[in-house]
Design a protein around this ligand. Structure first.
Ligand code: M6R
Length: 608
């Protein structure tokens, strides 16, 4: 989604802004812009399209000299992607300039009021309202103007603001949209996400809701919305800077797929001690675990798919009833929760607006919330009662792979721990499962090394119109993710179905040559799946099967088979997803799509 970078210091601002924005490109955007104070006035360049366009227009930032500036990559919400809707936005005499992430929900009402007072709007954005509103309230004191607009605006916002008449200051404000600030060697920097600042500082302050920061070259001061000063402590970011670079791979997605063995190991190994699963950060005693009456899992996209997988595991292995819901549905459906419900919110970014709102809703209703989060210090990580981190490292490609794999591991660990403590999974059973868990990284690597075969297969389907994925039980959950991986980066229409559901309508879409990817890793469901595969094959489908080694019976009904190594029945998702990720990836590459930054998508969806 949108990205913000701001700088004030002793160096030229524009190159730092362009560099910082380039580190946020992965978040998804359709236009970009920068504004720099040149010692007299604020200059701005902005344009629809990629940062390359902005870089060319501004000659790498050279035509915007100055040491104070703000920049933005915009993912359109209000108003189409265009030059005029791109950020930054000015007030009427260009003395105040603003960049904004989020949505001002009452912007139409504010816009009408401002128009009645004579303000003219040049864009269709909600952000321009902020610039004019600041203008309206500004009487010489920027902090006061900022707090005044905060009282008037509803919705979510992270803002970077410069006032021409206070050229030695940059203002940063946050409500429900992430923002960090930090000192560099020669100044201060703001950004909406960590990768943009890694090159300049490792010590950052996470701005909390309704906090304001005044940055100068040497200093930064924090205030509440009542203009009260606040003390804050910086957090050290340990990310390896190379982790946010491509490191020789053609795409971040490919690199991140190859990082899956490490992400899996890093997520389980610190939590296995003396043959037991120790999750210190869980903050739950054995009695707490025994008294869980229901688990409610809430997430979006791929994180939701890991939730669907884990429902089968929690229920079958630990005998705990589980509900899984999409965060965007859950938050408005008056869910039934109580103190006996453990809510698991799963999120790579920790900033997904719907998931964050679901977390807040759950807490309000008295449930205990455990966040399973990848980005350290993110909003969900900070607001959950407890947080279990997935140690996947920074994930840049919009299509998640390694964070997804790490989420699965976190959920397996929880399910095994709960089952063990509740007396359903004895210690010997747990030890066997831990052995199988330890084998996963090597098995994933083996599957990744088979990539050429998948690429050859993918090349046959570059022109496909529709591709279906089918499975039962956990295999249905794998199908959901396989299908999403394919469609989000290749733009080929694809759906996943519970295989038994096909004949209730969808089978009418199957025609000669339609590719039906069938996942069958659950032994007790093999026969049922084989019947479903036969049904589609008789109707002309080309059947791809992803199944366990040794299940050769499948060759009778499949046109192409990919075998995965033997593992525990609960862990098959971790293996079966690898060829499906590779399939989506190679189709996307073969079709010449923008693999890492697919159209219309954002890495972190901070608006609902
Ligand atoms: O950051 P989150 O895990 O909360 O994000 C959730 C979804 O937006 C995300 O998984 C999305 O579906 C990905 N594009 C899938 O690859």
């Amino acid at each position: 989604m949108c990205g913000i970078v701001g700088y004030i210091g002793n160096r030229q601002a524009a190159p730092i802004l362009l560099d910082g924005l380039s580190k946020l490109e992965y978040r998804g955007y359709d236009s970009a812009g920068i504004a720099v104070y040149n010692g007299e006035k604020i200059d701005m360049v902005k344009a629809r399209g990629r940062l390359k366009v902005l870089g060319e227009l501004s000659h790498g930032g050279e035509i915007l000299p100055g040491t104070v500036g703000i920049g933005h990559t915009r993912w359109a919400t209000h108003g189409s992607p265009s030059d005029k809707n791109a950020h930054p936005h000015f007030n009427k005499d260009s003395s105040i300039v603003v960049v904004h992430n989020g949505i001002i929900e009452n912007y139409l009402k504010l816009k009408k009021k401002l128009e009645r007072k004579g303000y003219e709007f040049v864009s269709e954005t909600d952000t321009e309202v902020i610039a004019h509103l600041l203008d309206y309230y500004y009487t010489g004191n920027p902090l006061q103007a900022v707090t005044k607009i905060m009282h008037r605006m509803e919705g979510s916002y992270a803002l970077g603001i410069i006032f021409r008449d206070h050229p030695d200051e940059v203002y940063a404000v946050r409500k429900d949209s992430p923002l960090i600030v930090g000192h560099t060697d020669d100044g201060s920097i703001i950004a909406s996400d960590v990768p943009a600042v890694l090159k300049y500082t490792r010590n950052v302050y996470f701005i909390e809701n309704e906090e304001i920061v005044r940055l100068t070259r040497e200093d930064m001061e924090f205030f509440t919305v009542d203009e009260e000063p606040i003390e804050k402590t910086p957090v050290k970011i340990d990310w390896d800077i190379n982790a946010a670079e491509k490191g020789g791979y053609e795409h971040f997605m490919l690199k991140e797929m190859y990082e899956q063995p490490k992400a899996i190991t890093d997520t389980f190994s610190p939590r296995i001690k003396n043959g037991k699963i120790v999750i210190e950060e869980l903050g739950m005693s054995e009695e707490d675990i025994q008294s869980i009456r229901k688990i409610m899992i809430v997430a979006c996209g791929s994180a939701y798919h890991t939730g669907v997988t884990s429902k089968y595991i929690f229920e079958d292995l630990a005998r705990i009833p589980v509900e899984v819901d999409l965060a965007s549905e859950f938050r408005y459906r008056n869910p039934i929760l109580d103190a006996g419900t453990l809510v698991l919110v799963i999120s790579q970014s920790g900033e997904t607006a719907d998931t964050l709102a679901a977390l807040r809703e759950s807490k309000k209703r008295g449930a205990r919330v455990l966040g399973i989060v990848n980005v350290v210090g993110s909003s969900i990580a900070r607001e959950a009662d407890n947080v279990m981190y997935t140690w996947a490292g920074p994930e840049i490609a919009v299509a998640t792979t390694k964070a997804y794999s790490a989420q699965l591991i976190a959920l397996y660990l929880l399910a095994m721990k709960f089952a063990n403590i509740r007396g359903i999974l004895p210690d010997e059973g747990l030890s066997r499962m831990l052995e199988e868990l330890r084998a996963l990284p090597c098995q994933v690597e083996m599957l990744l090394n088979n990539k050429e075969r998948i690429q050859r297969f993918a090349n046959r389907y570059l022109a496909a119109k529709d591709i279906f994925f089918i499975g039962r039980g956990i295999d249905y959950a794998i199908s959901l993710e396989g299908s999403l991986k394919l469609k989000e980066i290749s733009y080929i229409h694809s759906e996943a179905y519970a295989a038994g559901e096909l004949k209730h309508g969808t089978i009418s879409l199957v025609e000669k040559g339609t590719l039906v990817a069938s996942v069958l890793t659950q032994r007790e469901l093999y026969k049922k799946m084989i019947s479903n595969m036969e049904e589609v094959r008789t109707r002309g489908a080309f059947v791809l099967a992803v199944t366990n080694e040794g299940n050769t019976e499948v060759e009778r009904v499949a046109d192409y088979v990919i075998y995965i190594p033997e593992t525990n029945k609960y862990f098959t998702n971790s293996l079966a997803i690898i060829p499906l990720q590779l399939f989506g990836y190679y189709i996307s590459v073969g079709r010449g799509c923008d693999v890492d930054k697919p159209r219309n998508l954002a890495k972190s969806v901070t608006v609902e």
